[in-house]
Write a protein of this length. Structure first.
Length: 136
């Protein structure tokens, strides 16, 4: 496993770049040097945009990206779609229940279809949480 580390005190000052541009540059360097070892990249909600997704597609690296509040209309639409769908799977233990929902969608500015996955968890105390991701 290769981890990309962003050093905000050095990278952004030296190149006058933000975190997302630095991550794209670092990913390109790692793929160039270690192509056969790079299959998947994960990123937080900052990368939930067409520029980063397209960069991963161009490098032939699968992306798994966290989704949070997002102004991207295609993300808003797929969230609504998934909320109306039947669950794909359910995993249960004594203490929690996890429901999985998914849909294929097109993000504005990305030519290839993406997968949107929602994990909805409820524990025995009826506390609810969810994780939303997109993947190439």
């Amino acid at each position: 496993m290769i981890l990309l580390m962003y050093n905000p005190g050095i990278d952004s000052k030296r190149k006058d770049e933000g975190e997302l541009n630095v991550s794209k540059r670092l990913l390109s360097k790692v793929v160039e040097k270690h192509n056969s070892f790079v299959d998947i990249v994960t990123y937080d909600a900052l990368a939930c945009n067409s520029k980063f997704v397209n960069h991963c597609i161009e490098l032939e690296v699968e992306a798994i990206i966290r989704v949070k509040k997002n102004n991207n209309n295609s993300i808003k639409q797929v969230k609504k779609l998934v909320n109306k769908k039947e669950k794909e799977e359910v995993w249960e233990t004594e203490n929690e229940r996890i429901e999985v929902y998914e849909a294929i969608f097109y993000m504005n500015g990305v030519a290839k279809p993406l997968k949107f996955v929602k994990y909805a968890k409820e524990n025995s105390a009826k506390q609810r949480s969810q994780i939303l991701i997109i993947t190439t």
